[in-house]
Write a protein that binds this ligand. Structure first.
Ligand code: IMP
Length: 428
């Protein structure tokens, strides 16, 4: 009975939504463990496309329990909007969704405070300031929101403090306390039936032999500790976040699956060693439709970065890697892959700890032949052109991690699961 973590191996947008939705079929519970509605997971089911921001992708599988863990920051209005959009399409959200009473609440004042962090190109959802209040031990949690009197006094105190700071910084935006309070208390009643101690729920599910999938958002290189700090998100997007953000010990987790594109993208500012700023980068963006699903921003595009993958594999202990969007490379004559980092002419083995260091990396590329044959929609490994197989085998050897699954399109069935792989065993 394997419980697994599925998370992004690059800078987010690796296609986790589709993969979590696909694999959710073999799990009973899917829990998101960090982030907020900064994430955007696009899932295509038949002719319908869903963009999930806070709700785990498992929600699209009838009968599965989808959980918003304690590690998240929740904007109640955004959550309710997402619930209502899903309910209109017939998804039984109230029956399937559970929300941690220990998750943090995002308030409008968090978006006001975010003006201070504009320089790193955040998603503008109040995520960072909300996590700041959490670690500052003044945050308001879902359990507080469920108690109107406690919520009102905590909110009033926090608002008074933030307004003072915002005025001093010249970023003040008026918030009408009573109006926002009443709005939040209305949201509280809508969410109340779904709120519970989700750590207890998940541990009890495991006790009774159920299978749990832990769903990461963003990607390891956006992790607050292990990413390209300070150009990161404010939570633990790597595997350790699954334990703290769900309330489950590591001994109950049996496998870690990384998701990576066949190339790489990044949205927002920050260092990006293999970024291609030429027309080729634009080509990948157009073919791969690389525009943010939450903000619509164009994503920066570049080449598969083996040293970066080795680093994220080390931090997360990947058992297997899912490679997505292979078909985006279908028409390239040759495909560069970064195999080594150099600095001042010398090979370096470590990911530099600072952005200043990462900016100085000189990537060394090996060019692999393209396959010039459509792979979109293929479902069997044997049907892949031999150069595509060689490309995947090359990545596998260079990274030291198996490629257990390949995604060849946005639909559930446009997927190749490698029989006999560690991944196939974890899902069995
Ligand atoms: P924040 O999470 O809104 O604070 O933004 C911090 C950084 O993380 C910015 O560079 C964002 O573009 C990036 N980011 C946040 N969420 C995602 C995501 O789901 N995919 C890709 N990048 C993200």
């Amino acid at each position: 009975m394997s419980n697994v973590v599925i998370l992004g191996a690059q800078w987010g947008d690796e296609g986790k939504g589709k993969i979590v939705d696909l694999f959710a079929d073999t799990f009973d519970v899917v829990i998101r463990y960090q982030g907020g509605h900064n994430a955007g997971h696009t899932v295509k089911v038949g002719d319908r496309t869903f963009v999930l921001k806070l709700i785990p992708s498992g929600i699209l599988r009838p009968g599965k329990i989808a959980v918003i863990g304690n590690g998240l920051v929740v904007d109640p209005a955004a959550l309710i909007q997402e619930i209502e959009t899903l309910e209109k399409t017939g998804v039984d959200v109230s029956g399937q969704l559970r929300i941690s009473n220990r998750a943090q609440v995002i308030l409008p004042l968090h978006r006001m405070m975010e003006k201070m962090s504009e320089a790193i190109g955040t998603t503008w959802r109040g995520i960072g300031p909300s996590y700041e209040d959490k670690t500052g031990r003044r945050g308001i949690r879902i359990a507080d929101l469920m108690e109107p009197a406690a919520f009102s006094s905590m909110f009033e105190a926090l608002l008074a403090e933030k307004e003072k700071i915002a005025r001093a910084l010249g970023i003040y935006q008026e918030t009408v306390f009573a109006q926002v309070r009443d709005e939040y208390l209305r949201h509280a009643e809508r969410l109340r039936p779904m709120v519970c101690d989700t750590a207890r729920l998940v541990n009890q599910a495991i006790d009774s032999g159920k299978r749990v999938m832990f769903e990461g958002a963003q990607g390891t290189m956006l992790d607050i500790d292990h990413g390209t700090y300070p150009f990161v998100t404010s939570s633990s997007a790597s595997v350790g976040g699954a334990c703290t953000g769900a309330g489950v010990p590591p001994t109950r987790i049996h496998g870690v699956i990384g998701i990576s594109k066949a190339y790489i993208t990044r949205v927002g500012a920050g260092p990006f060693p293999t970024e291609d700023k030429t027309e080729m980068g634009d080509h990948i963006r157009n073919i791969g439709r690389e525009f943010g699903s939450v903000t619509g921003r164009p994503r920066r595009c570049g080449w598969f970065d083996v040293p970066l993958l080795r680093y994220t594999a080390m931090v997360n202990g990947f058992d297997s890697l899912v490679v997505t969007k292979l078909d985006v490379l279908d028409d390239l004559a040759e495909i560069p892959v970064c195999v080594e980092y150099r600095m001042d002419g010398e090979e370096i083995q470590e990911m530099p700890a600072t952005c200043r260091g990462i900016e100085r990396i000189q990537p060394v590329y090996e060019k692999l032949p393209g396959w010039n044959t459509p792979t979109a929609g293929l479902t069997h490994y044997d049907d892949l052109p031999s150069n595509a197989k060689d490309y995947l085998a090359f990545l596998e050897t260079e990274m030291g991690v198996e490629v257990g699954c390949i995604s060849t399109g946005p639909e559930r069935n446009q997927t190749i699961l490698i029989p006999g792989s560690k991944l196939a065993k974890l899902l069995a």
